[in-house]
Design a binder for this molecule. Structure first.
Ligand code: ZN
Length: 126
């Protein structure tokens, strides 16, 4: 299971990203940190990109489902209530809400793969 994160900047346009897709079979999805926040725990709008082979993440993040287009629910008077600069000591840190979400979804994929392998063994395959 692979999940590569990089801020949504130059890398998606860099030739190495073609290798992620063509050689590793990864799919690129775009998300925003703020889409994982809540009113009680808002997160800044920081766009980022994931390359992954997790079917669950690809499905969950398809289109703009987790990409902020001004619809994340933590915007007041046209501004996000949380800004990257509010966290000068950890502005590059991954939000725990995002990490927990991704870990849970990847675990679901891993459990499915384990179950498939177990079923194949029981059916006499390898
Ligand atoms: Zn937002």
């Amino acid at each position: 299971m692979i999940c590569i994160e990089n801020p949504d900047a130059y890398l998606p346009k860099h030739p190495v990203s073609k290798g992620f897709t063509n050689e590793l079979g990864l799919t690129m999805v775009k998300i925003s940190y703020c889409r994982f926040g809540t009113n009680a725990q808002p997160l800044p709008r920081k766009h980022t990109v994931l390359w992954t082979n997790s079917k669950t993440l690809i499905y969950a993040f398809r289109g703009t489902r987790r990409r902020c287009t001004g619809n994340c629910g933590t915007i007041v008077d046209g501004e996000h209530t949380s800004q990257v600069y509010d966290y000068p000591d950890r502005c590059a840190a991954y939000p725990s809400q995002l990490c927990e979400y991704i870990a849970t979804e990847i675990d679901a994929d891993v459990q499915e793969i384990k179950q498939e392998r177990k079923s194949k063994r029981q059916a006499g395959g390898r």
